[in-house]
Design a protein around this ligand. Structure first.
Ligand SMILES: Nc1nc2c(ncn2[C@@H]2O[C@H](COP(=O)(O)OP(=O)(O)OP(=O)(O)O)[C@@H](O)[C@H]2O)c(=O)[nH]1
Ligand SMILES: [Mg+2]
Length: 260
């Protein structure tokens, strides 16, 4: 299961990154959205350099799907390294309000604060903007590549947000990063094998002594994924498992721990 680190996103990556650099000049803040279940592998390693002279606020989103203890450990990890970080469930109004208050803190010192929301594909950038706005203004869907072009949103008289396309792809430097990114929805579905990703997740869970380690064969049978009545349809079952995993059906799970 191999995929290049760059090249999933249709269009011209180099031009898009140049454009991001241009947009950066007009903002004072960068809001980096990253899935709380994969806070390190789910980041683009080049962003820190791109945003070096800006205020950077790291937002761990989908905290509702992540292990709360792991999220607390990750927040501590980032804060200990001097990063401003907070965790949100973007579907909770109170979390959106908290994030907005955080951004407006900076705005009170300036006439208007302009922040750019960045992150890997499907990280939850547009949903975070909707949470901050308290209403649905940016298009959000559960697949990579929904936002195609940068778009400004005026949130308040002193706060403007720029939604961006998920052009900052993560660095896939191991098969482990690949299947984990695939499971959280950061890899387009045509670019990975769902059965392989689930098999690897099952092994990973079993290695951690988890009794709920996924076994695709059993899951397929339990859910009635059969072809012509008898053959187990593990392919469609794998897609179904991934969907349920991201809906929180199997509980909360974080896929990587902070480095010791
Ligand atoms: N459970 C949960 N789902 C979330 C959260 N934030 C975002 N999502 C879901 O994640 C999916 C992707 O969200 P988007 O906001 O479209 O992601 P994006 O980063 O804008 O994606 P692209 O524009 O395609 O790069 C949507 O189905 C959201 O409902 C969260 O905090 N919790
Ligand atoms: Mg988007």
């Amino acid at each position: 299961m191999q995929a290049p680190a760059i090249g999933w996103y249709p269009g011209h990556m180099a031009r898009a990154i140049r454009r991001l650099g241009e947009d950066l000049r007009s903002v004072d803040t960068v809001v980096e959205v990253v899935d709380a279940r994969l806070p390190l592998s789910g980041r683009n390693p080049g962003l820190a350099r791109l945003a070096a002279r800006k205020r950077l606020l790291l937002v761990l989103t989908r905290a509702d799907l992540a292990d709360p203890n792991a999220t607390a450990a990750w927040l501590e990890y980032f804060r200990a390294r001097g990063s401003e970080a907070l965790a949100i469930d973007a579907k909770r109004t109170s979390d959106g309000t908290r994030l907005r208050a955080n951004l407006c803190r900076l705005a009170t010192q300036r006439a208007t604060s302009r922040a750019m929301v960045v992150g890997i594909p499907n990280a939850g950038k547009s949903t975070a903007i909707n949470a901050i706005a308290g209403k649905s203004i940016a298009r959000a869907e559960n697949r990579a590549g929904v936002t195609r072009a940068p778009q400004w949103f005026r949130i308040a008289s002193n706060l403007e947000l720029l939604d961006t396309a998920g052009i900052l792809v993560p660095k896939i430097d191991s098969p482990e990063a690949q299947w984990k990114l695939a499971l959280i929805g950061a890899v387009p579905s045509a670019r990975f094998d769902p059965e392989d990703a689930i098999a690897r997740l099952g092994l990973w869970m079993a290695a951690r002594g988890r009794e709920d380690a996924v076994d695709l064969e059993t899951f397929s049978q339990e859910r009635g994924f059969l072809r012509r009545g008898t053959i187990v349809d593990t392919h469609n079952a794998a897609w179904s498992y991934i969907k349920e995993l991201n809906a929180g059906t199997f509980g909360r799970m974080t896929l990587e721990e902070p480095p010791a």
